[in-house]
Write a protein that binds this ligand. Sequence first.
Ligand code: SF4
Ligand code: SF4
Length: 479
Amino acid sequence: MKTILAGKSRYTESLKPALHDAGFETIAVETVPELKALPKAYPVILLQDTELNPLITDKRGAEAAILGLKPKDLIVFLMDQNQDASPYIENCVLNMASHLAGLKRNIAVLLRSSRASDFGFDERYRTARKKGIAFVKYENIDISSDDGKTRIELWDGSAKLTMETLLCIPCEASPASELYAFADALHVRTYGDRAVSGSRGVSGGRWFLNQGTTFKRNVKLIHTDSLGQDTRSIVPSLIRDLKELNEPGQEKIAFVDSKKCAFCFTCYRVCPHSALAPDENNEAMKAEELLCEGCGTCGSNCPAGAIAFRDTEPDRTSEGEVMQQRTDFIGEPMEAMGQDTESVALGTEDMELGREDAGKESQKLKIFCCENSAFPLSSEALIGINAAIQPVACGGEISTSMILEALKQYDSVLAAVCCDDACKHRDGNKRCTRQVERLKERLGKLGYDPNRINSVRIGITMADILRKAALTALKGEVR
Ligand code: SF4
Ligand code: SF4
């Protein structure tokens, strides 16, 4: 398989033989025009050389740096200021902070978001907290220095906190601008807002412990700061990921009905995994089978109802069956109730949103549970609660028509999706909660009780929050 190594890196030459031995023919490019000259189907490995602050990697160096400080003097590790920390950096910070806390030092770690709810990290955070390390989340931060002292003012969205320290350790490796040029050329989705945080996140590392992932399945990103002079550590997982690219990544993937497609590019804009491409000949969008992650976001946003989901074993599903799967599930797609179409009326006047089986002692609550957060928790969190649970690939799959359909049968509908920036499909959780807020507003305007629909964001350790949200929804109370 031909594979592109993109970017100026001191590791390019050492990576080539390792990939060659595994059967990959590598093509090295250093500029975007060189990249654009190559076939789009070739997988791409983005190599990004960055340096890390030695005070989070070198214990001796860190011990030397604190020699002049008193034990009660606050030492601050500053994460996520300009770029979300990669799993490698978060590991380094947890290691070094725990090491210095073990030396009876007063430690605070400042961060925008954490992996405390992820497997493998949850235990680490618990241990660190037991050692007295304070983890302080912030949304905005102001840093000034005066006379060797650093003054930090931060807001966590509700409260303001000010602290002073003689040692503030910045914990990031800011990528070079070429990385963004390559990411844009490859149509790789990024996260975080450059205007707010000074840079954008490219790696999907927020969620996956393994190096290399981005939001586009055939684009891998290697932050060389985590290589420690040796590429061998990442080659096995890289080769495994590249080999998997020969097969679709999901059992169910998107399928565009070219006859129905209005070629409006909505799905192209919202797909978190850049898995849709315009088919100019047919003037219709086309889903790239090997790139689709089956999140459903395109389907819930397509104004023409032209997107269905089919098994990746094509011979098992005929065209007719594909469309049946779609309509069975949600009835006729509501015209353009996508998130971004302000002007579209609900058109609920001809749809009775009262319960078809009102008065019957059946289930009152329908909960759409994201498979990556709420659904694994549902069996534990919802014991004794009379609710219909429906797993969805991502909050982004939950469409307005799905919610309205459910309102025909249930008193209340709850969408339970991932918290913070934990959505594997980039912003499916945020799309879902925005959509629910918008629908509540419209239902209210049309005289329906807006409290009949709600959303909740949870992590995989938050069963109590899911339970509380379900009980609140059952009572039809305001969440
Ligand atoms: S959103 Fe629907 S109609 Fe628009 S381009 Fe995509 S498939 Fe076609
Ligand atoms: S299902 Fe998700 S990944 Fe696949 S094409 Fe649609 S939006 Fe993109």
